[in-house]
Design a protein around this ligand. Structure first.
Ligand code: HEM
Length: 472
């Protein structure tokens, strides 16, 4: 088994920092490359390696392709990054592929789109809000050559929740070689999430090289998968997918209430929660409905150790199109159980996102949400996904599973939380015996407000990038 160089890997890959409950993300642009490089040398000293377990504060930094170019990385070297990364999330083809159309189109984005490009992000996590503010002030006090495009704050619920009112951040793949262990079917080789290590195909994932750029700090030399010799820029780095996803909480519960009435002749509290849970695939507490189909109670303490094959292959518990079943079908795909898990596991991501914006109802009370005024301030999820192969992992989940109405033999069922792009034809099917039920007129309850693909370098690579000698 490969030994992970945790002192060179940024810590956010290894852990989600649950105990560092305050967080914010600074989206920056580079105005003066030599000054920015000098500042990055200082910032590099603050960046938290995976070998530490910070109790106070953690700092991370990641770059878009524009940012690497601005720092002076040669075009030939940029071309060694994956195509999705150097093309970027906001190109017209990719936006269409990801479903970022209409109100979610990049031209409307607050950041990351053509009007507000971003070069780098600094991700900050701290024990509490005052400590976070001190850290932000310290970093801003040090920076030179960069300016803020936008600062993205997060909202702290008492427990990890998202704004529709469901527990979040439960299901995560385990990286082989880290201290946390779990069932083998949920344990993945490090190369799925970190460049420079074997992946699920027992191959090294394609990784960038610096052969045309020079820095005053050298990196170990290597040959990449294409046989090109150069400095090992990718090792211990990875790709970070960031999307600002605004949630229409009132619209969601209004829709769920109408659907409850239409399906069951009542929109009382329990019926609404049941319908919404079917859409998510878990109850608000996080209990998987496949294990607990009738009510939000579960004795099983491990909320993530389950499959669909034994007893729920037909979707009578968790509908086939529910959000969690389509973002990780586990053992429910075609073929044997093992084949299904192998295929599902080729499309996993580490989720590190956090909610933002005050909740529509602090108590997450559905009636209060329904009565909320339409001008409630925006709230949603700062979605952060970490993966070694953006196309095979994040983009596959988003394109082939989330927005695809034909997922798993369905006909017109996109992801019930996010997917319906045309606002007219989407349905959500609740498989049942003797007759299934069907909710029609599905809407889009999540809009994209910003986003970018970032390269999260290893610490040595960060020092190399901050001492590049080429002209930007
Ligand atoms: C605002 C948007 C979103 C909301 C409200 C949301 C909500 C949730 C909730 C409540 C869960 C169940 C809790 C858990 O298993 O941790 C979940 C799981 C998950 N979501 Fe999302 N999600 C959103 C966007 C996305 C996106 C954009 C992706 C990927 C492209 C995604 C991928 C996943 C995955 C992989 C799981 C775990 C499934 C499993 O392994 O069982 N989600 N999400």
């Amino acid at each position: 088994m490969a030994t992970l160089e945790l002192d060179d890997i940024q810590g956010v890959v290894a852990r989600g920092y649950g105990q560092l409950s305050a967080a914010c993300y600074l989206m920056l642009q580079i105005d003066d490359p030599p000054a920015a490089r000098t500042w990055l040398q200082v910032l590099a000293e603050r960046v938290t390696p995976g070998s530490e377990r910070p109790e106070e504060v953690a700092t991370h930094v990641a770059f878009t392709v524009d940012g690497l170019r601005a720092l002076g990385l040669a075009e030939d070297d940029l071309a060694t990054f994956s195509r999705e990364f150097w093309e970027g999330m906001a190109t017209p083809n990719r936006a269409a592929f990801l479903g970022d159309v209409d109100a979610s189109a990049p031209e409307h984005w607050r950041w990351g789109g053509p009007a507000h490009p971003v070069d780098l992000t600094v991700l900050l996590f701290a024990r509490d809000e005052p400590r976070l503010q001190t850290e932000v002030a310290a970093i801003k006090g040090e920076w030179t050559g960069v300016s803020e495009v936008v600062r993205l704050d997060t909202y702290l619920f008492d427990s990890p929740l998202e704004h529709f009112g469901f527990a979040d951040g439960i299901a995560q793949p385990i990286i082989e070689g880290l201290s946390r262990t779990g069932p083998p079917e949920n344990t993945l080789p490090p190369g799925e999430f970190i460049l420079g290590y074997p992946n699920a195909y027992d191959k090294l994932p394609p990784r960038p090289l610096a052969y045309a750029s020079e820095g005053s700090t050298a990196l170990p030399r290597t040959k990449n998968e294409a046989g090109v010799q150069g400095q090992d820029l990718g090792r211990n780095g990875t790709y970070l997918v960031f999307r600002e996803l605004e949630q229409d909480v009132r619209g969601f519960w209004t829709f769920v209430s109408a659907a409850s009435e239409a399906l069951y002749g009542t929109d009382d509290h329990d019926t609404r929660v049941r319908v919404a849970a079917k859409m998510v695939g878990r109850w608000p507490s996080g209990a998987p409905i496949t294990l607990s189909p009738e009510s939000d109670t579960l004795d099983n303490p491990t909320r993530d150790n389950f499959g669909y094959r034994d007893g729920d292959m037909n979707g009578h518990g968790c509908p086939l199109g529910a959000h969690i079943r389509r973002t990780n079908p586990r053992d429910a795909l075609e073929g044997t159980r093992e084949e299904s898990i192998t295929v599902s596991n080729r499309h996993r991501i580490l989720r590190r996102g956090r909610p933002y914006g005050a909740p529509v109802s602090r108590a997450l009370d559905i009636d209060e949400i329904l009565e909320a005024t339409a001008d409630h301030k925006a709230c949603g999820l700062h979605f952060i996904g970490i993966n070694a192969d953006i196309a095979r992992q994040f983009e596959f989940i988003q394109h082939t599973w989330i927005i695809n109405p034909k997922f798993d033999g369905l006909y017109s069922d996109p992801d019930p939380l996010m997917g319906n792009l045309d606002g007219r034809h989407g349905t959500f099917t609740l498989q049942a015996h003797p007759v299934r039920k069907r909710i029609t007129g599905m809407k889009r309850f999540v809009e994209v407000r910003g986003g970018a693909y970032f390269f999260l370098p290893g610490l040595r690579a960060l020092r190399f990038l901050s001492t590049l000698t080429g002209d930007a």
